[in-house]
Design a protein around this ligand. Sequence first.
Ligand code: FPP
Length: 250
Amino acid sequence: MSALSADDKGAEAVETGAGVTPRHVAIIMDGNGRWAKKKGLPRVAGHRQGAEAVRKTLRAAVEAGVECLTLYAFSSENWRRSEEEVSDLKGLMRYYLERELDELEREGVRLSFIGNPSRFGEELWGKLQAASERTAKNDKLHLVVALSYGSRDEIVGAARKLAQEVAAGKRDPNSIDEASFDLALQSHHLPELDLLIRTSGEVRLSNFLLWQAAYAELLFLDMYWPDFDEAAFHDAIAAYGRRQRRFGGR
Ligand code: FPP
């Protein structure tokens, strides 16, 4: 286990947002279905346009000098959607990977995943792992895609891991603190979350990065995800820059 202190993760690096680029931005990409409905199109058309918005966002994030971008692409609750929609989303991810991987590589983007992406089946999981391995050394931007992800599940997993270490006599229960708990999370290798954006006008976190969002700035936008683009990303960064971050202090 590596030991990242709060300082290493950047919690103290940005005391006020003013004029500062966030190191880690996360996005709940919501509203694909409503975007499609508004246009009289099938839901899959919204997801397709949503994938285009991902491409634009990625470009803007590289340009802005963001270090890490985490996207909520499929929640653990999304398995309740129709078989057809799940299959469309899987197809889209496969297509996006095939079409964009060379470009991601050229841009110096490292791709990794949190959640339970193996639930997507051996074939897609194999492609996701291969993409992650192929881009592992890139350091321009770390793109983290949350797939079959649920924050409570991630937190329970960390608690289970620590409990197992205690049961095996490898850990003193008194050694469990915020830092060691953080290290037991899947996201332990990511910088402190600075900015969390949700599109579509809904004002909730929907089981996304609940632990990590403790001190993040939250930005809720009325636009549907397929309409999000480079300009919207740069506006969000500027809005973050105007926030005063105090981390509980004064
Ligand atoms: C939420 O909109 C969006 C999703 C559940 C899927 C997100 C997927 C993409 C943006 C495309 C593929 C992703 C990658 C990384 C290539 P919704 O369907 O819940 O919209 P609604 O609330 O309006 O129905």
